[in-house]
Design a protein around this ligand. Structure first.
Ligand SMILES: Cc1cc2nc3c(=O)[nH]c(=O)nc-3n(C[C@H](O)[C@H](O)[C@H](O)COP(=O)(O)OP(=O)(O)OC[C@H]3O[C@@H](n4cnc5c(N)ncnc54)[C@H](O)[C@@H]3O)c2cc1C
Length: 320
């Protein structure tokens, strides 16, 4: 088994994730998207806007143009969850061909907790020191005992493909795992989430580190729209339509008109006299004096214009 390579991120006690190779990044997403939308100018700010648009509208294939190949070493019970993600290409260390190594996952004491009463797939609550020690002893005893039986069968010439079935699932395995960015983000979305088991989360977080580095705009958009975004069901929208006072929708729409004006002004500075008409053109309805007061407060944020307009459309559709 491979020991921790210099350029890898250590995961758990003996595992790691290492980026072996990657193809493309934010630029490859933009390049692919421009094939479908026709050529356009490509300033960095426009690239970011386009990537955010694609993510918002779930136009996913441009994200598949970016590829990541990882070398990972993890306990078999983690690999067992990992392989459920079917879109990856995997090549794993073979225990039919090679002998297993004496490398087992032993949890850190702070990760030994009770079965959660609320979450059937989780743990919670501090375990007393004595019980923790027992857990650690059992992990070690079971790993050592099964490995020595495995070795005995190996030495007696029993086929490795059969002898390996004595080994427990905390033994380490390793593989090359290749996936495209769209499916990798999906993996990270599920496996870096608090509902995922801690032992797979650390590997997912390590892969996320490389994604952030290679495709920062795509990463940011995924966080904004998928991880921290919210969708409303038809029933939920119905409730919002009924209960959200039109006054609140109008207030938010006003804020949007200010933000669009500020963003347009930032991109292409206007004369002072042109600002109020520009704001009115964006749907703003404050009086000129109120506009000036708010504008001069310097508190208006800038954002993505298309995104703001889409948000306003959604809000207006909720207005009964
Ligand atoms: C917190 C957590 C708890 C879980 N608990 C359980 C459990 O108790 N039992 C259990 O069995 N699993 C469990 N899973 C695994 C889970 O059900 C999924 O199998 C796993 O997360 C892979 O998701 P996926 O199918 O979306 O991903 P991938 O296999 O990577 O697929 C990505 C996407 O491609 C599409 N796709 C891929 N293959 C097909 C196909 N053959 N047909 C149609 N569409 C396809 C789907 O849109 C899919 O979302 C759990 C997962 C998590 C994150």
């Amino acid at each position: 088994m491979t020991q921790l390579p210099e350029d890898a991120i250590k995961c758990l006690d003996k595992g790691f994730v290492r980026l072996v190779d990657s193809m493309g990044g934010d630029d490859a997403i933009v390049q692919a998207a421009r094939v479908s939308y026709g050529q356009g100018t490509s300033k960095v700010s426009q690239d970011r806007g386009l990537i955010r648009y694609l993510m918002r509208h779930r136009h996913t294939t441009p994200f598949e143009m970016v590829e990541f190949k990882f070398h990972c070493k993890m306990p078999i019970f983690v690999a067992r969850q990992w392989v459920r993600h079917r879109t990856a290409n995997i090549n794993e260390y073979s225990l039919r061909y090679s002998e297993a190594r004496d490398e087992f996952y032993i949890p850190k004491p702070e990760h030994i907790q009770f079965q959660s009463a609320l979450n059937k797939q989780g743990r919670s609550g501090e375990v007393p020191a004595e019980l923790k020690q027992k857990v650690l002893d059992y992990f070690k005893e079971n790993s050592e005992r099964s490995f020595s039986l495995y070795q005995e069968l190996n030495e007696a010439g029993v086929a490795r493909e059969l002898a390996r079935s004595l080994l427990p699932v905390n033994i380490y395995t390793e593989w090359y795992w290749k996936n495209d960015l769209h499916n990798l983000l999906h993996f990270i979305g599920l496996r870096s989430d608090g509902h995922a088991q801690y032992e797979i989360r650390v590997f997912s977080d390590a892969m996320a580190h490389y994604v952030k580095e290679k495709a920062p705009f795509a990463w940011e958009a995924y966080q904004d729209y998928v991880v921290h975004g919210m969708r409303f069901s038809r029933v939920e929208q119905g409730l919002l339509e009924k209960q959200l006072p039109p006054r609140v929708i109008d207030d938010i729409s006003e804020d949007i008109a200010y933000q669009i004006t500020a963003t347009l002004h930032k991109g292409k500075p206007r004369d002072e006299n042109d600002l109020y008409p520009l704001y009115q053109k964006q749907g703003g309805s404050d009086s000129e004096s109120d506009f000036k007061l708010k504008w001069e407060s310097g508190e208006i944020e800038t954002s993505n214009i298309r995104e703001l307009r889409e948000f306003r459309e959604k809000l207006i559709s909720l207005k009964k």
